[in-house]
Design a protein around this ligand. Structure first.
Ligand SMILES: O=C(O)CC1=CCC(=O)O1
Length: 262
């Protein structure tokens, strides 16, 4: 298992692929760890080097006391890239990972070659909604939101097939205070001004059936960014890299090709 101590936290990460390959870095969503990208990676072009990591308070990374901020999570990602001596990274951020990517691009743009904002937006919900979720899990535990969360993450067919069950277990096993601290970061984040100033290649991805951040909301963020392109994956919910990995990889591969990264 690989970890790096950066920015005051031990982060768990995984680097795969040839040392000289172009780097694509992946940031997971709330309640998931780096395995959320497992099904996607085999569909990527040969020769790509992938960096996956668990944000603080999730997966095998350290849980530091909250609340966290999106800027702090972006600084963690930047510190990991620098510590691993990487540059010219294409950053793919899913949901809260997309917020981290927008903040990373605004604060550490020198590290990035391109940005993919997946199932995310410059502002996600409002502070009261996230405070209610934190109160609910502190009172009743993460198990209490497991089933309802699967209905936002995945399509009805995926859930009916039983395929969502391991992902529900992943969510329910996340460190509770790490999850809560990330909810607080999302609730406090409004990146609309800084995202409107981004000046790098940006691709957005939405899921047709996303019950958390629907295509119209993702489109609202695409509209802020100069020359951004958006694709909607038919039949997918909030986590299309799990539910439709080949379709997700096709969009990513086209973006990497268009910007000359592969
Ligand atoms: O679990 C959810 O509600 C979906 C979600 C919102 C932000 C994120 O990272 O996941």
């Amino acid at each position: 298992m690989d970890t790096k101590s950066v920015n005051g936290v031990d982060l768990h990460y995984r680097l795969d692929g040839p040392k000289a390959g172009p780097v694509v870095m992946f940031a997971n969503s709330l309640g998931t760890d780096l395995r959320v990208w497992d099904a996607l990676l085999p569909h990527l072009p040969d020769g790509v080097r992938t960096l996956r990591y668990d944000k603080r308070g999730h997966g095998l990374s350290q849980q530091t006391p909250g609340p966290y901020s999106i800027e702090q999570l972006a600084d963690d990602a930047a510190a990991l890239v620098r510590e691993l001596d990487l540059s010219e990274v294409v950053f793919v951020g899913l949901s809260i990972g997309g917020l981290i990517g927008q903040s990373l691009a605004a604060r550490h743009g020198d590290l990035l070659r391109g940005l993919v904002i997946s199932n995310s937006a410059a502002k996600i919900g409002d502070e009261a909604m996230w405070r209610d979720r934190v109160d609910a899990i502190r009172r009743d535990g993460l198990d209490s939101i497991g089933a309802a969360t699967m209905e936002r993450w995945f399509s009805p067919g995926f859930i009916a097939s039983g395929a969502a069950a391991p992902w529900q277990r992943m969510l329910e096993r996340q460190p509770l205070e790490g999850y809560a601290a990330c909810c607080e970061a999302i609730g406090a984040a409004d990146l609309r001004d800084s995202t409107a100033k981004l000046d790098l290649p940006v691709q957005l991805i939405a899921g047709e059936l996303d019950g958390s951040i629907p295509p119209e909301t993702v489109q609202g963020t695409a509209d802020l960014i100069k020359d951004a392109r958006i694709d909607v994956i038919p039949g997918a919910g909030h986590i299309p890299c799990v539910e439709k990995p080949a379709e997700y990889a096709a969009i990513l591969t086209r973006f990497l090709t268009d910007i000359g990264h592969v």
